[in-house]
Design a protein around this ligand. Sequence first.
Ligand SMILES: Cc1cc2nc3c(=O)[nH]c(=O)nc-3n(C[C@H](O)[C@H](O)[C@H](O)COP(=O)(O)OP(=O)(O)OC[C@H]3O[C@@H](n4cnc5c(N)ncnc54)[C@H](O)[C@@H]3O)c2cc1C
Length: 275
Amino acid sequence: MQNASSELAVVRVRHPLKLRLLRVSRVQPVTPHLLRIVLGGEDLADFVSASFDDHVKVLFPAPGQDRPTMPTLGPAGFVYADEAARPVMRDFTPRRFDPAARELELEFALHEAGPASDWARQAQVGHYLGIGGPRGSRVVAAGFAWHLLIGDDTALPAIARRLQELPATARAIAVLEVEDPGARIDFVTAAALQTHWCYRTGADPSADPPLLRAVRELQWPLDGDAGYAWAAGESGAIRAVRQHLLSERGIDKSRLHAAGYWKRGAQGAHEPLDD
Ligand SMILES: Cc1cc2nc3c(=O)[nH]c(=O)nc-3n(C[C@H](O)[C@H](O)[C@H](O)COP(=O)(O)OP(=O)(O)OC[C@H]3O[C@@H](n4cnc5c(N)ncnc54)[C@H](O)[C@@H]3O)c2cc1C
């Protein structure tokens, strides 16, 4: 039986690094801005994803290729026979894994242009993708008194997965920024959930990001010691959200994880913001 302190732990788990070549088995629009890609293949036989904010490196085929050039694994990670053929790689969240069906779901937030978003838009059954990892997981206990989940479209897969995994005893508050009301998704959860949606459409581009404003406006009946806050999305916005949570809301650094999942003007950016 766990004691009270282990119930409130964040445990790091390492997984052996593996590369897998997978095939698209379904393409399902979730909203006009979010596309679910279901991947299958025998390579998924020993796939493990222990935490809602795990990520896999997705390896994309180059234009004209039907499958990505897969590296091999060396002691220091991926090894490429031909550096020039190094595939484009981006990070994505394992939204759902079904070990019996050997199916892995990824959800792509569609944006103006980028190799990952462009690939997803044209994806069809039978297309190939590579994945590497997850290499490790941060398993955040479900026993915290409250779970504050903050993010934009790129964090929706992690937040939806977390909410789906929380027990009925949990209390969750989700603050979410998307393009417009048509980009909202329904969450499936047993937890007591309060959602706060905010939108980029109609927002003043010279003002603070809608997500930061929504977090600032949040009524705060939360006891600072007892909960866990998690935030991911555009790096600049999340950095400001994190600073607000630490300095204005008194959240302890050990009870907060924040990450830049993308960065305005940069390609394939991943910025863990914890210090
Ligand atoms: C741990 C982790 C997990 C992630 N999980 C997911 C996930 O499950 N689903 C998901 O959709 N994304 C997820 N992301 C974010 C995703 O990796 C980035 O959005 C990535 O940059 C998309 O690659 P791209 O090739 O489409 O664009 P890039 O080539 O990386 O970027 C091209 C241009 O598009 C901009 N851009 C990138 N992403 C966005 C965006 N979402 N909205 C607006 N502009 C953008 C960049 O600033 C750049 O100017 C995750 C990131 C991390 C670090």
